[in-house]
Design a protein around this ligand. Structure first.
Ligand code: ADP
Length: 227
């Protein structure tokens, strides 16, 4: 057990078989992220960033080692227990927002809470608060196609943290935005992290944003190293 870490990868292996060759993308990789810490994952394309995020998000199982979320070892859990941890403790943000286009910004943030069993009133109150933190309260009733790219991404971040997860995992969350808009979205994300004590692991090619995080890591020779 390692109760203090929001995320821990312990001796994690992920090997892909390509014909006769084995590609050791992660080979006894270790990484710990503390509560409230924002960590940038900066590595060249093909280094294993998506693989690492999928493992950390319990979307894939490692070939060796284990992933701990909030101190819970996840390798031997049942599928239902893993799904519950994924739904309740982890939020995901992708390069493209994947918001539901027929629902308003507010509703997009309410839906994960309703799935979890909260009342309409509770879900609406939290969604309103999150839109406020993300500085887009005035866009609550707009549907995603009516929002700018930066606004869509702010809604996606608010949705990802709607159920107050321990850990936010993001794969190039500002990769689709111009530098100025990326900076604004990051400002909002940073404020949210500081306000909520959330931990975040954010894969990015944006060195300016990476420099603003608490720590930078990279992937080299199958290991997670200080970046
Ligand atoms: P990144 O996100 O840093 O671009 P990935 O994690 O997507 O890197 O991929 C790391 C390496 O693993 C790449 O060389 C990729 O080709 C390989 N890879 C990823 N997924 C698979 C898979 N399902 N089967 C075989 N090889 C894979």
């Amino acid at each position: 057990m390692s109760a203090t870490h929001a995320l821990e990868l312990r001796d994690v292996k992920r090997h892909y078989h390509q014909g006769a060759r084995t590609l050791a993308v992660l080979d006894d990789a270790n990484l710990s992220i503390e509560p409230g810490e924002m960590v940038a994952l900066v590595a060249p394309s093909g280094a294993g960033k998506s693989t690492l995020l999928h493992l950390a998000g319990l979307l894939e199982q490692p070939d060796g080692g284990d992933v701990f979320i909030g101190g819970t070892a996840c390798g031997r859990l049942s599928d239902d227990d893993r799904t519950a941890i994924r739904r309740n403790q982890i939020g995901f943000v992708y390069q493209f927002h994947h918001l539901l286009p027929e629902f308003s910004a507010l509703e997009n943030i309410m839906i994960p809470q309703l799935v979890r069993g909260l009342s309409q009133a509770e879900a609406s109150e939290r969604a309103t608060q999150l839109l406020d933190y993300m500085k887009i309260a005035h866009r609550a009733d707009h549907r995603p196609p009516e929002l700018s790219g930066g606004e869509q991404q702010r809604v996606a971040i608010a949705r990802a943290v709607a159920n107050a997860p321990l850990l936010l995992l993001a794969d190039e969350p500002t990769g689709n935005l111009d530098p100025q808009t990326a900076g604004y979205v990051f400002d909002a994300l940073e404020a949210l992290v500081q306000q909520s004590g959330l931990s975040a692991l954010i894969a990015t090619h944006n060195y300016d944003l990476a420099a603003r995080m608490d720590r930078r890591v990279t992937i080299a020779e199958g290991k997670v190293k200080a970046g």
